[in-house]
Structure formats: C-alpha cells, structure tokens
Design a protein around this ligand. Structure first.
Ligand SMILES: [Fe+2]
Length: 367
C-alpha cells in the first residue's frame, strides 16, 4: 500500500464502535438476526465503517449493500429529506433488504420516508436509520434510558389529540386539526418487527391530513433551517392557509424593516421553495416537538455543514418543529423539505401545554 492510499483510509475510533454496539443492542440485534448494512457511494465513510465494525464485533456476518448515489438533476441541492433515493426501486436490493431481519441504514438521506420502505418492512424487517452525522455526535449524545418511555407516552397523547396549537412571543399562532393524522415517533432505536427508527431520537411528529393547518409561524433569530443547516438571523413570517404557506415576509422589527439585509432570510427561504415550481413545496409536511434532554440547539455553531445532518437539532428538548414538503397522509409529494425547529414556543395538545416557552413539560410524560 502506498503512503497516499494509507492516508485516504478511514479512521474509526473504538469509542464510536462501542456506542454503535450499544445502539444495535437496544434494537435487540442478536445472533439470530440476518443483518444487512445499507450504504451508498456518497455515504459518510466513517459512519459506514463504524457500523460495519460494530456489527462484526457482535459476531455478525454482515452483508453490505452499496448503492450508486443517483444524480441530482436540479434545480437546487436536496438536503435533510429523510427520503433516500439511493435504492431507486432496485428490485434485487429491495428484496435483499426485505429478506433481512435487521438493516443498519447508512444512506445519506435515510430510508424513513423512502418509497421502498413499505416493501422493506413488509416481512418484519426492522430498520435503524443512522442519521448522517459525524460519529462524534453519537458518542457525545449517549443513551438516555428514560427517553423511550417519554417518547412513547407523548406519541400516545398526540394520537388522541384533536387540536394542536403553537404560539410564541415572536408571533407564532398556528392551529392544527390532528384528527386522523399519522403520528410518528422515535426514541433512537426499535425492537419492533416491521418498524423503522431514526437515530438520534427523541422526537414526536404528526403528519396532518389535508386542509387542517392554519395560522402564522414566525421564525426568530436563532431558530433553525435544517435544509440550509443554518440559524435564522432575521425574522421570517409565514402565513399558512389551508396547509400552504401563502406569504413569506421578513419584517424584522429589530432592524427597521427592509433594506440592509433585514429580509435576507425570508428571501432565501422563498427562493428555495419557489425553485420547485409546485404548490406542494409550500405545504405542511409535519408538526411536532423535541424531547431529547441531551440534544442541544446550539451545536450548529460548532460544525461545518458537511459534517452533520442536524437530527440532534430536530430532537432537542422543547423545540416546536414545523416542516414543509411531502405529506403522504395529505397525498402530497415533493422533493423539497424544510425541517424548521424553533425555540421559545408554547405547544398545546387539546389545551394541555406540553411545551411552555420552549421548555418541555416532562412531568407529563413520566410513568
Ligand atoms: Fe422532516
């Protein structure tokens, strides 16, 4: 091996492997499982290698499927959708995954909203979607044994909720009819056959049916756009009528309105959505809140964009998460997807405040 080849080898830390083994054990992966590691050519090499070595250290003879990452035909970069296109319907790959009992998903976007997911899960396979984060994130976040119960109880509460309301001092006042919505939640692992979990976890979401979301969402400086992987620096005011954003304005009250870049974030937001040229890009995808006490809102400042997918920022305790784009429950499909976690919001489920001024009311979800 030449020195050049040696320098391109992926370095994996033992403590990452140890952490991955712990998470696979939380998924009840045993010697009885048929395990497949799924990745694509654009996957983060250290993530794939850590997963492979962790499974190997548990004694598994791992089949590793590597898909060619499909081209992006534009017009804009696509990030943070959770809807991997790496499988592209490949029948042999899908059949192979469906024949497994456990899949470690290291695709860039993840399988959680992939078109092939139903087929993969149909025979009882369970999937752990390992979010495209630098492995140090997993090492730092650790495992919270309380999280599973809290997330499951919050999901139960969300399933029985008729009306969700979110408000904030900055001006958010959004009402969502959750009747017949689809509730999804992850505590970071799954032991259920035919289920997928995303890791990191600590997030409860509902995909509302069509015609149920109305009001105003105000993103304030410090709130996050996880497609751009940036903090909002100037206010964005979204008017939402019948699920769809019908106006996007800046109106930064603290810098005197337009000019001087005061509306820059609103312009950037509007430009990306407009690029898809379809109404579904402006529609509501999901609404929810974060529950992971170990996850932090401020870590975006510490990473380059290419180093993380930002799932920690979707999950930090007490965020209100509003998202745009595809929503199968409402029969809407779009490649573009914004996940927009916000701080300092109050979230009510049928009048019960589960988040107050950005603080999760965790006692509601204790045993
Ligand atoms: Fe999302």
């Amino acid at each position: 091996m030449s020195d050049d080849e040696d320098r391109t080898m992926t370095r994996v830390e033992w403590n990452w492997i140890e952490r991955f083994v712990q998470q696979f054990e939380l998924c009840a992966v045993t010697a009885e499982d048929t395990v497949v590691l799924l990745s694509e050519t654009a996957s983060r090499p250290e993530l794939v290698e850590t997963a492979r070595l962790a499974l190997g250290s548990m004694g598994h003879h791992v089949a590793h499927f590597v898909m060619d990452t499909p081209p992006n035909r534009g017009p804009v970069p696509i990030r943070s959708t959770g809807a991997s296109q790496a499988l592209a319907g490949h029948p042999a790959a899908v059949a192979g995954l469906a024949a497994a009992t456990f899949v470690a998903d290291c695709t860039v976007e993840g399988l959680v909203h992939a078109l092939e997911l139903g087929d993969i899960l149909s025979d009882g396979c369970r999937v752990l979607m390992i979010s495209n984060e630098h492995p140090e994130n997993y090492e730092r976040l650790g495992h919270d044994p309380e999280l599973r119960g809290q997330v499951e109880r919050a999901a139960d509460m969300m399933r029985s909720t008729k009306v969700m309301r979110a408000t904030s001092p900055a001006g958010t006042d959004l009402t969502v009819d959750l009747t017949d919505s689809f509730v999804a939640a992850s505590w970071g692992a799954t032991t259920e056959p035919g289920d997928i979990a995303h890791w990191p976890g600590g997030l409860v979401l509902a995909f509302p049916k069509a015609g149920t979301v109305n009001g105003t969402v105000v993103m304030a400086p410090g709130d996050m756009n996880l497609t751009f992987k940036e903090y909002v620096r100037s206010e964005i005011v979204l008017t939402i009528e019948n699920d769809h954003i019908t106006s996007i304005t800046g109106g930064n009250r603290f810098s005197g309105g337009g000019g001087n870049g005061a509306n820059f974030d609103a312009e950037l937001f509007a430009s990306y959505l407009e690029s898809f040229g379809e109404q579904d890009a402006y529609a509501t995808s999901h609404v929810g809140f974060g529950m992971n006490a170990g996850a932090r809102w401020d870590v975006l400042a510490m990473w380059d964009k290419s180093q993380i997918n930002g799932t920690e920022l979707r999950a930090f305790s007490g965020n209100f998460l509003y998202s745009t784009g595809a929503n199968e429950v409402a029969n809407r499909f779009c490649r573009g997807h914004f996940d927009l976690p916000m701080r300092n919001h109050t979230v009510e489920l049928d009048g019960v405040s589960v988040v107050v001024d950005g603080v999760l009311q965790s006692e509601l979800f204790e045993k």
